[in-house]
Write a protein that binds this ligand. Structure first.
Ligand code: PRP
Length: 217
């Protein structure tokens, strides 16, 4: 396999990577090495098909793709919106479905109708800022956190959170509820703009195979 035509794929570690690899397997690009649950390896290869896969932290995937360290990325739309990188979004993969929400303590929904300067805790300051400033025309104080966002309103760090809701159980189990939905989300395939030109044929084939096998079932 000519090195120049081999494709490097960056995957967001965790649930999305597992789903994505099942989908690659179905279109004839399996990577058995990756299935070993005990492996600490970060890079995996399917030499025969000319594909290399690596696992990165989700928020770093658009960075690897923008700089061309990966030709393709598989990542949540939340991360794409938050990172705002120079990459092409080519396919909605229809898994990893969830929604970005504004949530807070149950019974306090009235907060959203006021114009007070509320505190919003989030892993997604860009998305939160865009929602409150541009869509709601409301000035808020954004507090950036790195995880367990639901804690913030419970311990009095913030009034509301801007976070992902999938099943809703984290909110429920912590006495919180959705106030407003910012947008629906799902996993996406993203491509480096130069790779799209230089390796277009192979990337187009991947996109077509993916659509036929994984999306038209
Ligand atoms: C995400 C998100 C919520 C939870 C929502 O957290 O931030 O906390 O999942 O899922 P649910 O609606 O199905 O309960 P994640 O597990 O990624 O961990 P984090 O707290 O480190 O962000």
């Amino acid at each position: 396999m000519d090195k120049n035509s081999s494709i490097t794929v960056a995957l967001g570690k965790g649930r999305l990577a597992k789903k994505a690899m099942e989908a690659f397997g179905r279109i004839g690009i399996p990577c058995d090495e990756m299935k070993d649950p005990d492996t600490r390896k970060l890079i995996f290869e399917n030499e025969e098909m000319g594909y290399r896969f690596f696992l990165a932290k989700g928020p770093d995937v658009p960075t690897y793709v923008e700089y061309g360290a990966a030709d393709i990325g598989i990542v949540g739309e939340d991360t794409i919106l938050e990172e705002a990188r120079n990459i092409y979004e080519v396919l909605d993969l229809a898994f990893g479905k969830c929604r970005m929400c504004i949530a807070g303590p149950a019974g306090n929904e009235g907060l959203m109708q006021e114009n007070s300067r509320i505190r919003v805790a989030t892993k997604y300051p860009r998305i939160a800022k865009n929602y409150f400033y541009n869509e709601k025309n409301r000035t808020v104080e954004i507090i950036k956190l790195n995880g367990s966002i639901e804690l913030a309103p419970i311990v009095g760090l913030s009034d509301v959170i801007c976070d992902i809701v999938e099943t809703g159980s984290t909110l429920r189990e912590n006495g919180l509820t959705v106030y407003e939905t910012v947008c629906p989300l799902s996993a996406r395939m993203v491509v480096n703009p130069v790779s799209m030109k230089m390796k277009g044929e192979k990337i187009d084939r991947l996109i077509e195979d993916w659509k036929r096998v994984n999306l038209e079932a």
